[in-house]
Design a protein around this ligand. Structure first.
Ligand SMILES: [Zn+2]
Length: 258
């Protein structure tokens, strides 16, 4: 009796074991099941191996690429628009381009992303002044520039008028902070005087008024003044101005690091 019962139990056990094997096999072979036997760090779903990404509270930040600091350099005028005329025949558009390119090259060496509104004298940004200015602002906006710097030179009928002049929209702003740093840097070169900061209340400048970036316009000096013109027309003067602007931007960036 006991033997028969033992045999009976053994048969039931074998049957149960067989059913279990069939069940497990069907589980493993079905494509919808996650294969827990996949290698460490991965799971199999729908017969595809997926890497397991361990998430923690910092992982989203860690995976978001750090955005570059972008500077948009705007060498004033260009092509048919010569800008101010220097007493030695030099054109404002040529001085602004040379200084602008030097600024950009130095910033790139400091791992800053640089965008130019123009990089040569052939680029025509618009067939009239307003189109030209609109295009400059569009380039700044589409590049999501953090900082926009428009480079110019002045001219006046009285040749004794000289000096550096910075423009920004409003006082007590980041725009003014950047403008002041550039003004100080240029003034330290001792080639000319410093004029008063100019704001939107003095005159509304399109490239500043319509710009989302921290923006400033720098007038490096007066091409109608012999002393300013001599310095700004020289390679050395242009290089020194560019260097002062670059240092001001780097200093501004450092002070505003997030
Ligand atoms: Zn100009």
């Amino acid at each position: 009796m006991e033997r028969w019962q033992d045999m009976h139990k053994t048969r039931i056990g074998k049957l149960a074991f067989s059913l279990l094997v069939v069940f497990i096999f069907s589980l493993l072979s079905t494509s919808k099941v996650v294969n827990l036997f996949a290698s460490k760090g991965s799971v199999r779903v729908n017969n595809k191996i997926h890497k397991v990404i361990k998430l923690n509270k910092n992982s989203v930040l860690a995976q978001t690429p750090k955005r570059n600091f972008v500077v948009c350099i705007d060498p004033g005028h260009g092509a048919y628009d010569k800008g101010a005329r220097g007493i030695n025949g030099i054109c404002e558009k040529d001085v602004t381009l040379k200084v602008g390119l030097k600024v950009g090259q130095a910033l790139e060496k400091n791992n800053i992303k640089v965008v130019y509104t123009r990089k040569d004298d052939k680029t025509v940004l618009g067939s009239n002044e307003i189109q030209d200015l609109q295009k400059r602002v569009q380039i700044s906006a589409s590049s999501k520039a953090d900082v926009f710097i428009s480079i110019h030179c002045n001219q006046f009928k009285n040749s004794s008028v000289r000096g550096i002049e910075l423009w920004c929209n409003y006082p007590n702003t980041k725009d003014e902070e950047l403008a002041k740093k550039i003004e100080d840097g240029l003034y330290n070169l001792k080639y000319t005087q410093k004029r008063n900061m100019k704001y939107r209340s003095n005159s509304s400048l399109y490239v500043l008024k319509n710009n989302k970036a921290i923006s400033t316009l720098v007038e490096l000096g007066y091409l109608s003044n012999p002393s300013d013109c001599k310095f700004l027309a020289s390679d050395s003067g242009q290089a020194q101005c560019a260097n002062a602007i670059v240092n001001a931007i780097l200093d501004f960036k450092k002070g505003n690091a997030k």
